[in-house]
Design a protein around this ligand. Structure first.
Ligand SMILES: [Ca+2]
Length: 230
């Protein structure tokens, strides 16, 4: 898949990306304790073997390129435990509306075929309307000022994209948690063609437009990224 955020090549971890719009002063969404994140990410952590599977099929896709979307846990050598591939809000969070999703037979030929007026506007605290187009390989959660607005409705396959409309007051911070799903839980590998242990990869691209259809933000080198596990 395409990747325009070069710092987001993931194997067995999730990542949180966030961007501060030009006049934004607030911190990264969902990471109010940045010092803890930075401290933990600077320390090595060790696991051995595959994780224990807790959820065998988070999303059942029977079309082309079906994947398992498993979730599990693995213990670290220091006694802590991680949820792998990541702790998400997939089961509890509001699902983002489909921009393109084979699983729901939503397959527009282009934006001209997308009726944005049917996409509800989520209140993120403000009056200005924005539209975000998001593609995550494989999964994303979209935040504004730390509030979860929507989650990717497809954790692994089929590859899909979404559109999210929201009202906000500038300045605000956009945050996206991206997860590259894995099939060899805890190892970062997936099954790919004939390879049972194929190294995973990841990518995420998002574009945010204002009501005048002008680009407000696009995932680029201005976005910051951290790679937490919990
Ligand atoms: Ca997805």
């Amino acid at each position: 898949m395409f990747k325009i955020v070069t710092s987001l090549f993931l194997t067995f971890c999730s990542a949180v990306l966030f961007v501060q719009l030009p006049t934004v002063v607030s911190a990264a969404p969902n990471s109010s304790d940045d010092s803890k994140t930075n401290t933990e990410s600077s320390l090595p952590s060790f696991t051995q073997g595959e994780a224990q599977t807790a959820v065998k099929t988070l999303f059942d896709w029977k079309g082309s390129n079906p994947r398992t979307s498993k979730v599990g846990t693995i213990k670290l050598s220091d006694g802590r435990q991680w949820t792998v591939p990541a702790k998400t809000h997939f089961q509890s969070g509001p699902k983002a509306k489909d921009l393109y999703n084979e699983a729901n037979e939503v397959k527009p030929a282009g934006l001209a075929d997308v009726d944005l007026e049917k996409v509800p506007v989520i209140d993120a605290g403000g009056d200005e309307i924005f539209t975000a187009y998001v593609f995550g390989d494989n999964y994303f959660e979209f935040y504004v000022n730390g509030k979860l607005l929507a989650v990717d409705p497809v954790p692994m396959t089929p590859f899909n994209s979404n559109v999210i409309r929201f009202k906000a007051q500038r300045p605000f911070t956009i945050g996206v948690m991206g997860v590259d799903w894995e099939e060899r839980l805890g190892l970062g590998f997936e099954k790919f063609r004939s390879a049972p242990f194929h190294q995973g990869d990841a990518g995420l691209v998002a574009v945010v437009m204002n009501a005048a259809d002008e680009t407000v933000s696009v995932t680029d080198a201005n976005w910051k990224v951290t790679c937490p596990h919990e």
